[in-house]
Design a protein around this ligand. Structure first.
Ligand SMILES: *Cc1c(COP(=O)(O)O)cnc(C)c1O
Length: 426
């Protein structure tokens, strides 16, 4: 077997009889990443976030020191309880939490969204006797909501977005019925990067006494700092009456190690529906806050350490530079007649496609960018490229726009075609 040929899922894999020295193992690891995207060099516009070597060192070193600690039961690890509490306290300030708010640290945006749906379902069952639950959400809300619907037996009612890609609030209102347990908005939504009308959506939740989740996995860190920098931001957090929970990913614009997100509820009572407790086995009372059982202390320590290292001013500075890069990219796209910007970015997401009259295959553009070492997301409908711009791109965005222009020249002149590539892996 050669390195360039990935093994089929259960193909022959050599299990070394005697094992290898640490040096050889690490050498092999480094060799294997040679074809991976060079995200620390600002070449990935998806999947990875980077705020420079010092911030990365803090997160990685904290992760290393606590990787074997287990947050399944913090009775044995009071340090993890304390760090989670402090992380939630700081993130709560970004989200407009008050004294009655309460949250949990989770492994990522998906777990936060799974738990938001589970909590809404269990609340409606307990308080309103609803046993055939549905949820109402715009087509722009993240795919993880579909995963939650499938896992937890909640019907997903997807409502088409308006022409400006924002949630269609009156249409969502019409889709709500007596079995609706949850209504959703995003700040911003992932595909086109715009903020939904959260007050409009939350008002429906108030009217029906159901949960309203705001998915701020992307915006939960950047929106408060954009506001501090003087940008006008539409209302999006727990200060909006009727919002019951909100999610924010620290492993995105929090610039910490992977495996870090927060779900914050408006009240302790709302949070109580997330918890799972059983004694229906031979091992005694077992309670857990989320999907995971054993939970590495590494991601908790890394999140705490990164917040501690960057402080308020660090996040302000990183948000400022990420937004400057976002604007440069959006301006380039607006200036190139062969491209259309799907929406003016309201945080750090830039989505664009080919303008109708230029016969350009936008996925072929992604292929050619990747050949030059740039990784961007592809999405549809409509066929578009999607860039998540973060602090590292301050250093590379001009080189990227120059390569983008060259790549478009090439794709137009050759008439090349490209294929869709999924955002996840099966
Ligand atoms: C990233 C993201 C998610 C999913 O989070 P994971 O960390 O990938 O599980 C959900 N919603 C939005 C808006 C996101 O940006």
């Amino acid at each position: 077997m050669t390195d360039s040929m990935p093994a089929p899922s259960f193909g022959p894999v050599e299990f070394l009889a005697g094992g290898q020295s640490p040096e050889d193992v690490f050498g092999e690891l480094e060799a294997r990443r040679s074809h991976d995207v060079r995200w620390r060099e600002g070449r990935a516009f998806s999947l990875a976030y980077y705020a420079g070597p010092e911030v990365a060192h803090v997160a990685e070193e904290a992760y290393r020191r606590f990787s074997g600690e287990n947050a399944l039961n913090t009775a044995a690890f009071p340090s993890l309880e304390q760090m989670q509490r402090e992380v939630l306290g700081i993130v709560g300030q970004w989200l407009g939490a008050n004294d009655d708010s309460a949250g949990f640290f989770t492994s990522g945006g998906t777990e936060s969204l799974l738990m938001a749906v589970k909590a809404a379902r269990d609340r409606a069952r307990a308080e309103h006797g609803i046993n055939t639950p549905n949820m109402v959400l715009p087509t722009s809300a993240h795919a993880a909501f579909e995963k939650a619907a499938a896992y937890f037996g909640v019907e997903s009612r997807r409502i088409p977005v308006r022409s400006d890609w924002r949630a269609d609030v009156p249409a969502m209102h019409s889709a709500v019925d007596a079995n609706t347990v949850l209504i959703v908005g995003s700040a911003p939504q992932y595909p086109q990067g715009v903020i939904d009308d959260i007050p409009g959506i939350a008002a429906i939740a108030r009217e029906y006494d159901i949960n309203c989740h705001v998915d701020a996995c992307m915006g939960g860190v950047t929106l408060p700092y954009l506001a501090k920098l003087g940008h006008t931001i539409a209302p999006w957090n727990l200060n909006v009456d009727g919002v019951s929970s909100i999610s924010v990913d620290l492993h995105k614009f929090g610039y910490t190690a992977k495996g870090a997100s927060v779900i914050m509820y408006a009240t302790r009572k709302l949070r109580s529906y997330q918890i799972f407790i059983t004694s229906n086995w031979l091992g005694g009372l077992y309670g857990s806050s989320g999907v995971l059982g054993t939970k590495s202390g590494g991601s908790i320590a890394a999140a705490w350490a990164t917040l501690r290292h960057l402080g308020d001013e660090g996040y302000l500075r990183l948000t400022d530079s990420a937004y400057a890069a976002t604007k440069l990219l959006a301006n380039y796209i607006t200036s190139d007649p062969r491209l259309v910007l799907r929406a003016k970015p309201e945080a750090m997401l830039v989505c664009f496609g080919a303008s109708e009259e230029h016969g350009l295959d936008i996925f072929a553009v992604a292929d050619e960018l990747w050949r030059r070492g740039w990784y961007v997301d592809r999405q549809e409908p409509p066929r578009s490229l999607h860039c998540t711009v973060n602090a590292v791109h301050q250093l590379t965005i001009e080189a990227f726009t120059r390569d983008l222009a060259r790549v478009i020249d090439y794709v137009v002149s050759t008439g090349a075609h490209g294929a869709a590539v999924p955002y996840g892996t099966v």
